[in-house]
Ligand binder design. Structure first.
Ligand code: 1CP
Length: 334
């Protein structure tokens, strides 16, 4: 059957452990960071989900934690455990010289983007970085955290140091993203995955302001680049976010305020999202129902179909295929 629906689709973490072809490459490359810094392999992994599913967007295969690495922090990834960083508590512990010298440590990533740019055909290429606060979270916590106690204390008790580090992270992110634009990125996604940890002035200072600065600088740099913001967990502050931060696309998790749907339409911002990755993992009838629910909910908006967070490693390929088929066959005019 011919595709009826034009809603573009991709998945956060579309390249990764749920794909056997990824696991094969990963098994032979024990050091995850080396994989991120290997242009041929990174480009190959980025294209795996496109070759398998014909998705509309290619996202660079890399990680948000290449930035702490570029700043001289020790970063490693332990199998089935996640990232491990030697935690820092101030700027002095970083080998921060000048932006270009630091970014040059990860310049292989620009080569990956250039390869992808030469192969992208009609697909759009997404570059990305972590939001400054989210990256700071990992730098201070030293890895995955359950209660985020250290970062919460840090921003409330060590404000001056927190501001200093956020400033550096914002500057390096801007420079890093500009180089991604130069290398062929059509879209940039800013993963502010831990935005939901902050409230009030802290949300203003550490989420809104840095994200706004990133948007403004990138828009000044290129009139073609499209920016996707993902301030995950912002809840009722999603509205405040889009009022204050320039977005071409806003990526929604499961708990956004309903008024967002009309608010973004007025501002001509597209919506990205927002199927629960657990629904995709579980499959069955519920998957069919929920995919249609998402399509119906956003059919009057410019909509990019995606999940509310990254695809889970145990997700079955047949569920992914099913989801895509439903999206491609959906008729939004009905
Ligand atoms: O063992 C492995 O193979 C590593 C697993 C893995 C993968 C495949 C990690 C470790 N990172 C990635 C790739 C990755 N990470 C991409 C690639 C592009 C894609 O296909 O989407 C992207 C965009 C990311 C972004 C990322 N990394 C975020 C933001 C998105 C989110 O999930 O909120 C975060 C928070 C990270 C940190 C990170 N890196 C890896 C893990 C397991 C984590 C999460 C740690 C945690 O639980 O807090």
């Amino acid at each position: 059957m011919e595709n009826v629906n034009k809603t573009p689709i991709w998945f956060m973490r579309q390249a990764g452990r749920y794909l056997p072809e990824y696991r094969r490459i990963r098994a032979q490359n024990k050091t995850f960071l080396n994989l991120c810094l290997n242009p041929d392999l990174s480009a190959k992994i980025s294209l795996q989900p496109i070759e398998r599913f014909d998705l509309d967007f290619i996202i660079l295969f890399s990680d948000i934690l290449v930035i702490p690495f570029a700043l001289g922090q020790n970063v490693s990834f332990k199998k089935n455990h996640g990232p491990i960083l030697s935690p820092i508590s101030s700027i002095k512990e970083l080998k921060y010289k000048n932006l270009q010298a630091n970014i040059n440590k990860i310049s292989n990533i620009f080569e990956t983007l250039s390869i992808l740019n030469s192969k992208k055909k009609d697909k759009k290429l997404i570059g990305f970085c972590g939001g400054p606060f989210t990256v700071l979270n990992y730098m201070i916590e030293g890895g995955t955290s359950i209660d985020h106690r250290k970062i919460k204390n840090f921003v409330s008790q060590e404000k001056k140091k927190a501001f200093e580090l956020i400033k550096i992270l914002t500057e390096i992110s801007i420079e890093y993203l500009k180089r991604q634009v130069d290398s062929g990125a059509d879209y940039l996604q800013i993963f502010e995955s831990w935005a939901g940890l902050l409230e009030k002035e802290e949300y203003e200072n550490f989420i809104i302001k840095p994200n706004q600065e990133i948007s403004l600088e990138l828009k000044k740099y290129s009139d073609k680049i499209k920016i996707i913001h993902f301030p995950r967990g912002s809840k009722d502050k999603y509205s405040l976010f889009i009022e204050n931060v320039f977005c071409d696309v806003i990526s929604l998790d499961l708990n956004f305020p309903e008024e967002i749907i009309g608010q973004v339409k007025k501002k001509e911002i597209a919506i990205q999202g927002n199927l629960d990755p657990i629904v995709l993992l579980e499959g069955g009838r519920k998957l069919e129902e929920k995919v249609l629910e998402v399509l119906d909910k956003f059919k009057k908006n410019n909509h990019i179909f995606n999940l509310s967070h990254g695809i889970l490693p145990d997700t079955k390929i047949i569920n992914v295929e099913k989801l895509i088929q439903i999206v491609r066959n959906y008729d939004s005019t009905k």
